[in-house]
Design a binder for this molecule. Sequence first.
Ligand SMILES: Cc1cc2nc3c(=O)[nH]c(=O)nc-3n(C[C@H](O)[C@H](O)[C@H](O)COP(=O)(O)OP(=O)(O)OC[C@H]3O[C@@H](n4cnc5c(N)ncnc54)[C@H](O)[C@@H]3O)c2cc1C
Length: 408
Amino acid sequence: MDFRFTPEEQAYKSEFMTWLEKNLPLDWDTSTYRVYHSMEEWAQAHRDFQRRLYEAGYEGLHYPKEYGGQGLTLMHQLIVAESIAATCIELKLPGVISFGMAAPTIFLCGTEEQKRRFLPKTFDGTYIWCQGFSEPNAGSDVVNVSTRAVKDNGHYLVNGQKIWTSFANIADWCILLVRTDPAALKHKGLSYLLLDMKSPGVEVRPIRQMTGDSDFNEVFLEDVRVPEDMLVGEEGQGWRIAITTLMFERAMGDTISAAWFLRNVHSMIDMARHTKRSGRPVIQNPVFRQQLAQAYIDVMMLKCHGYRSLSQLLKGGIPGPEGSIGKLLWSEANQRICRTALSMEGPFSQIMGGSPWSVQDGMWQYLFLRSKGNTIEGGTSEIQLNIIGERVLGLPKDITRVARIEGS
Ligand SMILES: Cc1cc2nc3c(=O)[nH]c(=O)nc-3n(C[C@H](O)[C@H](O)[C@H](O)COP(=O)(O)OP(=O)(O)OC[C@H]3O[C@@H](n4cnc5c(N)ncnc54)[C@H](O)[C@@H]3O)c2cc1C
């Protein structure tokens, strides 16, 4: 397999990079990890960037023009997404659910009206989406969702609670998994709604994380009225659609994460050159040299895996359970990379950003703390291993899980 871009693709990348350099926020510094002071500031930076991207024709590249896309290929989308990840991924992160989950799901499973209404405004950053799947008693076992939606005069009346809902505090819309038929088998009683986060009865309570940020939330839903035409697919298809959504979350993310982590590995190499331990630059220490090489190998494996998934998508496939391999690779690699960086810093690893003594302005402290959630969000590592074992390798099923899904 040839991993190089064709001359046309290379030219497209150069053209985009020229655009990107001119359109970054004025004070953007690609050598640091930018943490915004508030969610609102971060969301605004994202919306502004998204609008410029869209107006220049660099968003929704592989979607049809009638839905606000550019009618180009997934390869164009990849070139743009990789270039952004290597330069300023922070500007894109508040849209991670919008582009990784909401847009592809609406495109594949939504009604014509939903596609025309939501896709263009998602691409241009007008709408930020969040994902309301997890509940206090439904995480790995998302099939346990108990938030109820009852038909009521052209609406669904929704009551329940969601948790760990990333970006709910800045989101305009939510892809929401609800139970419409409590009498049916657990996975057959679920439906998939699009919820306007400004609806009366929606209360969002941010949860403070150990990074100091509050980018996930509890969401309380009390007698929230969702119009019936906000149902995606048929009633009772929620589980199937949710699985499609989760597979999309896992598919394109690998190549984007690889480009982002490569930027971080380069920062780590730079730090290794300029940090001394026992009077010698860290980069001369054989143990750290091994770890740096391992970090690079991890990133390259992730990139190759991403390209393999991408070539399947380019041939017209939809993402399958093998996406779990990438999820496992990126989440565990990122944790290893962050640990390596902190061990290189030695005693300075205790100092967060903002101090004159912090190394690289506390970038690695922030990334290390945030990376702890990587092996939980989007499905834990144990669940990915189950999926790989059962659905990729065809090993026997986890009996306890089958029993729970079938409600027996
Ligand atoms: C940073 C972050 C962001 C998130 N954002 C969102 C979001 O935007 N929207 C959303 O809906 N959710 C979100 N989540 C929630 C996430 O999807 C869940 O936390 C995750 O699916 C695990 O569910 P749980 O927390 O209920 O843990 P549990 O399911 O209770 O699992 C507890 C432990 O048991 C293990 N376990 C469970 N079942 C099995 C099994 N069958 N075999 C082996 N081990 C098992 C798990 O691996 C885990 O170690 C986010 C989580 C994090 C950390």
